[in-house]
Design a protein around this ligand. Structure first.
Ligand code: 3PG
Length: 394
């Protein structure tokens, strides 16, 4: 990959693809992590005298609509980077061209939501051409949108000299250390509600890691497949055969599958509902498994102790409700402790995972936490990401 070390950006119009798809509530950004992540690239480019033109999508609009405008996000970004961020009402045409022509070296300008044009998601060549006219080079700093082959995440890479931004670089280095060229043994922890959304991911992981902990609602499907009576727990019974197939594949690849050996159950899915630990042969028929049990937590700790590298995706219990956050919190703390002691490289990402690790208070102690959702999952599935592939120097 070419990076910002390989280009003199002074005076250049840099089209910088970032991921500004942050959670918002009543016009306010509720989690600025993604803005903080892109700050170093923006600050560096601006400091080197580039004209920094931000391209990003927001939400999944069907055409232009006020509620998906990037304007309030651009304002929040300005606060994070402590520099003014200009705004243009469209990402192509007059508004964009005019605003860019008025930029001085070092200025930062955010263009309106690229998805207001359906051509963005279609990776339409004429649209890519229009965008390319606005810049001299393209820098992709949006790993978390790199699973999309859209005009601004992929198309521009074929039209302009392409470089990886600092966040993209950090992400690729961390991910490489986790699965492509890891220190072995590697353990993966995969949780979340459903097996159905993670079949490809599990199938890929069992060929790459030496141990795979399965937790969360999806573990119930595996337990059911092995004949455990899981009561009223979330369970995709129709996927029992898939679960067995994954287990067989793991065995053939010498990957140890670590399933819960006990469970924390409750009769109602609500915060502070009375909870009970049961062995797998004694789950009450009218109860639900909401977290791994205490013996399972010990097993997970022991498995982490045996590993040199950890890749984590998805909580192992219903972490959003106490006390069902215990398994996730304890495992996260244990991994953080091993990481701090220099004994573990720990990489986590995808959907709820960052929220779960923040909740455990250990996010800063992991080696790397990706803010990517879907892109992290596709990477774990072993799929090439278009926004990364286009950066490879041919
Ligand atoms: C994300 O939030 O994961 C990325 O910005 C991609 O968004 P999308 O799933 O709407 O393409």
């Amino acid at each position: 990959f070419r990076t910002l070390d390989d280009v003199d950006v002074k005076g250049k119009r840099v089209l910088l693809r970032v991921d500004l798809n942050v959670p918002m509530d009543s016009g306010k950004v509720t989690d600025a992590t993604r803005l903080e992540r892109v700050a170093p690239t923006i600050t560096e480019l601006s400091g080197k005298g580039a004209k920094v033109i931000l391209l990003a999508h927001f939400g999944r609009p069907k055409g232009r609509d006020d509620k998906n405008s990037l304007k309030p996000v651009a304002a929040a970004l300005a606060e994070v980077i402590k520099k003014p961020v200009g705004f243009a009402e469209d990402c192509v045409g007059e508004p964009a061209a005019k605003a860019i022509a008025a930029m001085a070296d070092g200025d930062i300008l955010c263009l309106e939501n690229t998805r207001f044009h359906p051509e963005e998601e279609k990776n339409d060549p004429a649209f890519v051409e229009k965008l390319a006219e606005l810049g001299d080079i393209w820098v992709n700093d949006a790993f978390s949108a790199a699973h999309r082959a859209h005009a601004t995440t992929e198309g521009l890479g074929h039209k302009l000299p392409a470089y990886a931004g600092r966040t993209m670089q950090a992400e690729l280095v961390a991910l490489n250390k986790a699965l492509e060229a890891p220190v072995k043994p590697v353990i993966a922890i995969v949780g979340g509600a459903k097996v159905s959304s993670k079949i490809d991911l599990l199938e890929n992981l069992v060929t790459k890691v030496q141990a795979l902990v399965i937790g969360g609602g999806m573990a119930n499907t595996f337990l059911h497949a092995q004949g455990v009576k899981v009561g009223k727990s979330l369970c995709e019974k129709d996927l029992a055969e898939t679960a067995l197939r994954i287990m067989n594949k793991a065995e053939a690849a010498n990957c140890a599958i670590i399933l819960p050996v006990d469970a924390t159950v409750a009769y109602h899915f609500e915060a502070n509902a009375p909870s009970f630990a049961y062995g797998l042969d004694a789950i009450p028929p009218d109860s639900m498994i909401l977290d791994v049990g205490p013996r399972s937590i010990e097993r997970i700790h022991a498995a982490i102790d045996d590993a040199a590298t950890l890749v984590w995706n998805g909580p192992v219990g219903a972490f959003e409700l106490t006390p069902f956050d215990k398994g996730t919190v304890e495992a996260a703390k244990h991994a953080a402790k091993r990481t701090k002691a220099g004994k573990l490289v720990s990489v986590a990402g995808g959907g709820d995972t960052v929220a779960a690790l923040n909740h455990a208070g250990v996010a800063d102690d992991f080696t790397y936490i990706s803010t990517a959702g879907g892109a992290f999952l596709e990477w774990m599935e072993g799929k090439p990401l278009p926004g990364v592939e286009v950066l490879r120097v041919k």
